[in-house]
Design a protein around this ligand. Structure first.
Ligand SMILES: Cc1ncc(COP(=O)(O)O)c(C=O)c1O
Length: 424
C-alpha cells in the first residue's frame, strides 16, 4: 500500500488531530504500524466507551455478520434490533417507550426535530449557545459551538432561536446565579421572539460537549423542564456525547432529577459501529405519520448486535461505577495540577466527561497553551482533544474501562506537558 499516495487524495476538509495511522486498537490503546502504543483518551470522540475492540462486542459483531448483515427496517425486522429494544427499555425511563433508529448523531437530532414539529404542529425550536448537534444543514443550524461549523454555509434553516447556556465560569458568576439569569433570558425569548404556541421544542445538551464540557448548575434543567411543561413545549435532550455511561450514569440527565420528552443517542451506543436512536413516548411517536421519516441503514443488524453487547458489557462489568471512581481520580489529579499551573483556569466535569479550560493571566481564552500541551502529550503517546468556542479546553474522554494506573500515567504525562509549556 502506498500510504503517501492515498493520504494525498483524502479531502482536506477533515481537520486533523494527528497523523497517526492506527492499525489496531485494544482497550485503552491504539497501536501504530510499528506496534507503538498510544493511550487513547479521545475514544474516537466519545464513542468507544467499552474500550477499543472489546472482546464481547467483537464476538457479537462476528456472530451477527455470519448470519445477516442488513435486513432493512422497512422490509424485515431482525433479532438484534428486537433485543436492543429490550435492553434499552431497561435503562431509559419507562415513559420513553418508543424507539426509532438511524446511523449518526446528526440524523437522530434531525429525526427528533421532525418528530417534535409533526407531533406539536409548531415550527420553531430553541437551542443554546455553545450547543453542538451535527453537521447536516438542519443540525448545523442548531449548532453554535464554533463559527467554523457554520461559516460558508449560510443561510441556514430558519425557525431556530438561541438562548444562553449557564456557562458560569465564562460569565464569572456563581453557578445558581448564572442559571437563574439564563432561565430569565429563556423566558424573555419566549416573550420577544418565538411565542410558546409557535415553539415545538427546546433542544439542549445536558452537559455541553463540543461547546467546552460545561456542566450546568443543578437548577437549570429543572427550570427548563418547568417552563416546557407550562407551555406544552417538548424538551429534547441530546445525549449523543453524554450518554451510555460517559458521566457515570447511563444518561447525563439522571444527575439533574428530570426526564426528557425526547432523547437522542449515538456514539457510545454501539462501541464504534454506526448507530443512533430517537427515543420518546410511543404516544408521541404515534403522531409521526408512517413513512414520513426513515432511512436505508437505520437499525443495521450488525450495529444493533454491537449495541446489545455494549449495554450488557457496561452493566456486567460495572462500568458506570468505574466511570465514577476513575472520574473522581482524574478530577482530583487535575485539581492538584491546577494549583501549580494557573493557566488551568477551570477543571470541571461529570464522571469521565472532564474538561480543563486554559486561560491566560488576563482571563483571555488560551488556545495556544491548550494546543501545545495536547501536542506534547501526543509526543509522549497520550491522545487528548480540545473543544470549546476558542479551542482552549482540553477534554478527557477515556474509555469507561480505564484503570487507575492508566489515569495516573495520563496525569503524569499531562503534568510534564504543562511544565514544558510553562518553560517555553
Ligand atoms: C451532542 C452531540 N450531538 C450530535 C452530534 C453529531 O453526531 P454525529 O457526528 O454522529 O453526526 C455530536 C457529535 O459530536 C454531539 O456531540
Amino acid at each position: 500500500m502506498n500510504e503517501t499516495f492515498a493520504l494525498s487524495h483524502l479531502s482536506p476538509v477533515w481537520s486533523r488531530g494527528s497523523d497517526l495511522i492506527a492499525v489496531r486498537g485494544e482497550g485503552a490503546y491504539l497501536y501504530d504500524p510499528d506496534g507503538i502504543a498510544y493511550l487513547d483518551f479521545t475514544t474516537g470522540i466519545g464513542v468507544t466507551n467499552t474500550g477499543h475492540a472489546h472482546p464481547r462486542v467483537v464476538a457479537a459483531i462476528r456472530e451477527q455478520a455470519g448470519k445477516l448483515l442488513h435486513g432493512q427496517a422497512n422490509i424485515a425486522w431482525h433479532p438484534p434490533l428486537l433485543a436492543l429494544v429490550e435492553e434499552l427499555r431497561q435503562i431509559v425511563p419507562p415513559r420513553l417507550d418508543g424507539f426509532f433508529f438511524s446511523n449518526s448523531g446528526a440524523e437522530a437530532v434531525e429525526g427528533a426535530l421532525k418528530l417534535a414539529r409533526m407531533a406539536t404542529g409548531r415550527p420553531n425550536v430553541i437551542v443554546f449557545q455553545g450547543g453542538f448537534h451535527g453537521r447536516t444543514i438542519g443540525t448545523m443550524s442548531l449548532t453554535t459551538s464554533k463559527t467554523i461549523y457554520r461559516a460558508g454555509y449560510q443561510p441556514l434553516m430558519p425557525g431556530v432561536f438561541i438562548a444562553p447556556y449557564p456557562y458560569a465560569y465564562r460569565f464569572g458568576w456563581e453557578p445558581e446565579q448564572t442559571s437563574t439569569w439564563c432561565l430569565e433570558e429563556f423566558e424573555f425569548l419566549l416573550n420577544t421572539q418565538t411565542a410558546p404556541y409557535e415553539t415545538a421544542a427546546v433542544l439542549v445538551e445536558p452537559v455541553l460537549g463540543e461547546g467546552g464540557y460545561v456542566v450546568p448548575p443543578q437548577g437549570f434543567l429543572k427550570g427548563l423542564r418547568q417552563i416546557c411543561d407550562q407551555h406544552g413545549i417538548l424538551l429534547i435532550l441530546d445525549e449523543v456525547q453524554s450518554g451510555f455511561g460517559r458521566t457515570g450514569k447511563w444518561f447525563a440527565f439522571e444527575h439533574f432529577g428530570i426526564q426528557p420528552d425526547i432523547m437522542t443517542v449515538a456514539k457510545g451506543l454501539a462501541s464504534g459501529m454506526p448507530l443512533s436512536s430517537v427515543i420518546a413516548p410511543l404516544s408521541l411517536m404515534e403522531k409521526w405519520t408512517p413513512g414520513s421519516h426513515g432511512g436505508t441503514y437505520g437499525g443495521n443488524a450488525v450495529s444493533a448486535a454491537a449495541a446489545v453487547a455494549t449495554i450488557q458489557t457496561i452493566r456486567d462489568e460495572e462500568l458506570l461505577e468505574n466511570a465514577c471512581l476513575r472520574g473522581a481520580q482524574l478530577m482530583d489529579g487535575l485539581r492538584c495540577l491546577q494549583e501549580k499551573h494557573p493557566q488551568l483556569g477551570d477543571v470541571r466535569g461529570l464522571g469521565l466527561m472532564v474538561g480543563c479550560e486554559f486561560r491566560d493571566h488576563n482571563f483571555r481564552p488560551d488556545k495556544n497553551s491548550a494546543k501545545a500541551v495536547v501536542q506534547a502529550c501526543f509526543e509522549d503517546h497520550l491522545m487528548l482533544l480540545t473543544c470549546g468556542p476558542w479551542d482552549n479546553t482540553v477534554r478527557w474522554i477515556p474509555p469507561l474501562i480505564v484503570s487507575a494506573g492508566q489515569i495516573q500515567q495520563a496525569l503524569e504525562i499531562f503534568g510534564n506537558a504543562l511544565h514544558t509549556a510553562a518553560e517555553v
